[in-house]
Ligand binder design. Structure first.
Ligand SMILES: [Zn+2]
Length: 67
């Protein structure tokens, strides 16, 4: 089984998870909902990069400016 290490944004600790499907077989934008062992929450983690979905999102809200 493939393993993936991601950084929990809640606790800051590295968490290792097992992947049923090898990361290279997944699309680059495939996110896996994983139950975090560090904080007990669910995180959306990119299988390719180990990045969390929340890592890149941030409070960026596309607001259309119309004058
Ligand atoms: Zn966590």
């Amino acid at each position: 089984m493939e393993t993936l290490v991601f950084r929990c944004s809640q606790t800051g600790s590295n968490v290792q998870i097992g992947l049923a499907v090898p990361a290279f077989a997944e699309p680059a934008d495939a996110y896996e909902a994983v139950a975090c062992l560090a904080c007990g929450r669910m995180h959306l983690v990119n299988k390719r990069t180990g990045k969390m979905l929340s890592d890149r999102e941030g409070p960026r809200c596309p607001t259309l400016q119309k004058s």
